[in-house]
Design a protein. Structure first.
Length: 321
């Protein structure tokens, strides 16, 4: 499905939450990434119909979903969208079966509800939990139930509002894989809101980076990482080292201690070495700037040495050329 947004903005009184947004989205798995307060959840709620834009137009393929000019606003339950919330939003007094079946009333014939619930329970590996209540489940299990409830209505688009933020690191990574697998298996799209850069980079076909109610950049993870459009995007996505010209950057993997053809030598003073699992992240002062690069072994604090920058991995920011 192609999602088109034209001049979409949102004001709360005199406060501008979203500045006019124009974009077309048609990827399978899209992530909206940004710091708290940047407007990403507001944008998600506007797509869901839970917030009304101040101005603009939204289209799903050739169908107008919202238009301030035409005074048209399709109700949330008519948009064929499902939403997975950060707090799961499960009814505590209902069983898991009842939680999932509740949203199917009026959408699926009564005779088919049981089969539909069983189908989505299998999709999220939760068979056998139908009679339990949410309070009897772990956080990861509740997340699976929330996902099953979203899938039950067979939506074209599923919206995720930071659904994994309450989970521990191991479970979070497992749920990322499961969500991606399910979305790519089914005939639907996902828009996933997060403030976690790693989550966005590993899950997405397309990333929307937001800053202060504006779109800073839209692109694939590779484009966002290797060709950031602004200093904000460069600093926000991964680690970055600024060269003497503030329009040029090099990522840590573009720096080594071994001279090679096509490299530039720089003097560095080691500040800190931090073990990050399979290697050390080394922080150093280079020409008055804080740099980072990777080494197999820790380097001594205060040591002066040469590092070498691969010229092929120097990127110039598009907006600062």
């Amino acid at each position: 499905m192609k999602i088109s947004m034209t001049n979409i903005e949102k004001k709360y009184g005199q406060s501008q939450a979203l500045w006019p947004i124009n974009m077309v989205l048609d990827s399978k798995f899209i992530t909206i990434l940004g710091q708290s307060g940047c407007g990403k959840t507001t944008l998600l709620k506007i797509l869901a119909g839970l917030e009304k834009p101040t101005n603009g137009e939204i289209m799903f393929d050739d169908t107008i979903i919202y238009s301030s000019k035409l005074h048209k606003n399709v109700k949330p339950n008519k948009r064929n969208i499902a939403m997975v919330f950060q707090d799961f939003a499960l009814w505590p007094h209902m069983t898991i079966f009842q939680n999932i079946a509740f949203g199917l009333k009026g959408i699926v014939p009564k005779t088919e509800i049981s089969a539909r619930v069983a189908y989505v329970m299998r999709l999220v590996n939760m068979e056998g939990f139908e009679k339990r209540k949410p309070g009897e489940l772990s956080g990861g299990q509740q997340q699976r139930v929330a996902l099953a409830r979203a899938l039950a209505t067979n939506p074209k688009l599923i919206l995720f509002d930071e659904p994994l933020s309450a989970l521990d690191a191991v479970l979070r990574e497992k749920m990322q894989d499961e969500i991606m697998h399910i979305i790519h298996e089914l005939d639907c799209q996902a828009i996933f809101v997060t403030h976690d850069q790693t989550e966005a980079m590993t899950m997405s076909d397309q990333i929307i980076v937001m800053e202060s109610g504006r779109i800073a950049q839209i692109g694939s993870p590779e484009e966002i990482y290797h060709a950031p459009a602004t200093p904000y995007v460069a600093d926000f996505i991964g680690k970055v080292n600024w060269l003497d010209k503030d329009s040029c950057i090099v990522r840590p993997e573009g720096i080594s201690r071994r001279p090679q053809p096509g490299t530039i030598a720089k003097q560095a003073m080691i500040v800190k070495s931090t073990f990050v699992g399979d290697r050390y992240l080394v922080q150093a002062q280079v020409e008055g700037k804080q740099w980072s690069f990777y080494e197999a072994m820790p380097l001594e604090h205060g040591k002066q040495l040469e590092v070498f920058v691969d010229e092929k991995q120097i990127y110039q920011l598009e907006g600062l050329q």
